[in-house]
Design a protein around this ligand. Structure first.
Ligand code: TYM
Length: 346
């Protein structure tokens, strides 16, 4: 059943047409191009077309035990960068995950229907265990349950995320189905990724390995200045160049073209593709163009970050109004959930 119809049935309200979108980003440092193209850019694009909730996942960031002195600043950083990138608190509900305790209650309840075996098989969990064998905490294991709680607490239909989060989204659908069928009530709709380019995005790192990530040390940040961006791009890993016309691209070069397709116009992409195909490509020119086109997108955002970050009065207003709206929606869901499970007042 399409999500909108499902919602209409749930609320028994034929006038309800606006579907709900929800997404979040962990508060661990500045946002990079992966966060921007995988998530934030789409948040901005859809904020006036849907009933949107965008939040800062500060509880999720606790799996790595940030120092208390840094914790608040990290949350503030993401909030300032959300706003600088164009999120409008008048259009979307912007809030901090820990300000909405209903999320944590739903997390406890969903943990009862989440099985350890399926959580242990999650790709991100296995990756974290490999990377940090000394910090395999239970929060890491149940990370997808908390993420499902974020999504289900507002009964979201759409969740714009990058490719790396798709398995978590699939698990949220599993928990929604399991809950509905266990209790025989359709409390939760099934949420799907909201993608605009055919498939979910994976922004590569510039070091030739995998995806751009905060912990991979390969990020270009919205907060980077022009010099830093140019330096990072000029240092990107390349090879000795094509020797045969029209040869397939090795991964490191494909990565540069993936970035180029995200930030440059079609004629620029076509120009460098032709140069690759006739073996006359000069990587220095390609990188210079790439750095320039990245700056065109990120510098106007960067310019606004500091002023917003330092405007505490404005930020507290945004956070308070987001919290109230998010809690109203969350507690309505929780009432349905508690009723379905069998909690009754004495
Ligand atoms: P996080 O904080 O790691 O990343 C935030 C968003 O950025 C996307 N992303 C990328 N997209 C493309 N290429 C990349 N290299 C790249 N790196 C990051 C992620 O896919 C994500 O959309 N668990 C989530 C946060 C979260 C959440 C949620 C998201 C918590 N609860 C509920 C949606 C709904 C996370 O760690 O994202």
């Amino acid at each position: 059943m399409p999500a909108a119809k499902q919602l209409r049935r749930l609320f028994n309200d034929t006038t309800y047409t606006m579907e709900t979108v929800l997404s979040g980003i962990r508060s661990t440092g500045h946002l990079h191009l992966g966060n921007y193209f995988g998530a934030l850019k789409n948040f901005v694009k859809i904020q006036d077309k849907y009933n949107c909730y965008f939040f800062i996942a500060d509880l999720h960031s606790l799996t790595t035990h940030p120092h208390p002195d840094d914790f608040h600043a990290s949350v503030k950083t993401i909030l300032a960068e959300y706003l600088a990138a164009g999120l409008d608190p008048e259009k979307a509900t912007l809030y901090i995950q820990s300000d909405v305790p209903e999320v944590s209650e739903l997390y406890v309840l969903l943990n009862m229907i989440a099985y350890v075996g399926e959580l242990e098989r999650t790709v991100t969990f296995k990756e974290k265990v490999r990377q940090n064998p000394d910090n395999v905490n239970a929060g890491l294991l149940t990370y997808p349950v908390l993420m499902a709680s974020d999504i289900l607490i507002h009964r979201a239909n759409w969740v714009p995320v990058g490719k790396d989060q798709e398995q978590h989204l699939e698990m949220a659908r599993v928990y929604a189905r399991r809950f509905n069928s266990m209790y025989g009530v359709e409390v939760f709709p099934e949420a799907h990724n909201l993608v605009f380019t055919g498939e979910a995005i994976k922004v590569p790192g510039l070091d030739g390995t995998g995806k751009m990530g905060k912990s991979n040390g390969n990020g270009i940040y919205l907060y980077d200045d022009e010099k830093t961006i140019t330096k990072k791009v000029m240092k990107a890993v390349t090879d000795s160049g094509p020797t045969e016309p029209n040869s397939p691209m090795p991964q490191v070069i494909e990565n540069l073209f993936t970035l180029l397709r995200l930030v440059s116009d079609q004629s620029t992409v076509d120009y460098f593709t032709e140069k690759w195909n006739d073996c006359s490509i000069r990587y220095g020119d390609l990188k210079k163009q790439l750095a320039q086109d990245i700056c065109k997108i990120t510098l106007p955002i960067k310019e606004k970050i500091d002023a917003i970050y330092n405007d505490d009065a404005y930020l507290s207003k945004v956070v308070a109004s987001g919290r109230d709206r998010a809690r109203a929606s969350a507690s309505a869901t929780l009432t349905e959930v508690r009723k379905a499970i069998g909690f009754r007042a004495f």
